[in-house]
Design a protein around this ligand. Structure first.
Ligand code: GLN
Length: 250
């Protein structure tokens, strides 16, 4: 199968090598005989529902976020329609913030958001930096961990009843005190975790690929053939241990 990925603002939002996530998706798709076709979607280009199986947006500094925020808002209806049509989304840090209702940046810039995710973000004084470990359950009964790295000034508050991506075992997460990290709306995931995220959490890469394949085929998310993942498991273990060594949540 061909899996079509729309990469939003690759030249603006790529802090901590967030585009490494795309490399992981491409390789893991290829090892199962699928081809990832990646299209950059930048300023003045439209998101059209049905054209992408997965949308990806990375993180950035407040400056880059402020540059693209108004354009991203104009893509909002296209993004919402794509998600309603069953496309998967992975949004990291700055991109995660701007897919919510908005972000009030460190220097007082008020950036409008797309409103896909039920949250708002306001920057605080102290940056929240370090290794993070989460526990999550994207499929009922399948508990998994996600390990990563966060560096953000924004505190993201989820609306009551919103579903976080995971619960913080170690690290700050969305706001440093709710114990929540990220958000999930159907097949759309948002998270603060960089690093990039997917090389050390291969199960999450496969979950996204399988959701994207479901969109591509119009069927159910397929079971993907397992891969050896020895190095990936080791990367996950080291990263999770570093987070645990921070000692406690805050
Ligand atoms: N500029 C945002 C913040 O500081 C996002 C940072 C990021 O993408 N790492 O909260």
């Amino acid at each position: 199968m061909r899996i079509r990925v729309g990469h939003l603002y690759p030249e603006y939002l790529n802090i901590y090598a967030d585009r490494g996530n795309i490399a992981v998706l491409a390789r893991r798709a290829a090892l199962r005989g699928h081809e990832l076709e990646v299209t950059g979607i930048s300023v003045d280009e439209e998101v059209r529902p049905g054209e992408q199986d997965l949308l990806y947006i990375g993180g950035g500094q407040d400056r880059e976020q402020a540059l693209i925020a108004p354009d991203l808002v104009s893509k909002g209806p296209g993004i919402a329609a794509a998600v309603a049509d069953g496309a998967a989304v992975l949004a990291v840090c700055g991109g995660y913030q701007l897919l919510g209702r908005g972000y009030l940046g460190r220097h007082g810039d008020s950036m409008p958001g797309v409103g896909l995710f039920p949250h708002e973000t306001v920057a605080g004084e102290r940056r929240m930096i370090g290794d993070v470990l989460l526990e999550c359950e994207l499929e009922p009964g399948e508990r998994r961990t996600i390990a990563g790295f966060e560096n953000h000034a924004g505190r993201t508050r989820l609306d009551p009843g919103a579903v976080p991506l995971g619960l913080v075992v170690a690290g700050f997460g969305n706001d440093g005190d709710s114990g929540y990290e990220g958000v999930r709306v159907g097949r759309a995931l948002g998270t603060y975790l960089h690093g990039p995220l997917l090389p050390r959490n291969p199960w999450l890469a496969d979950w996204l690929l399988s959701q994207a394949l479901a969109h591509a085929t119009g069927g159910e998310p397929p079971e993907l053939e397992p891969l050896p993942d020895r190095l990936e498991a080791e990367a996950h273990r080291v990263s999770a241990q570093r987070a645990r060594d921070r000692g406690g949540r805050f």
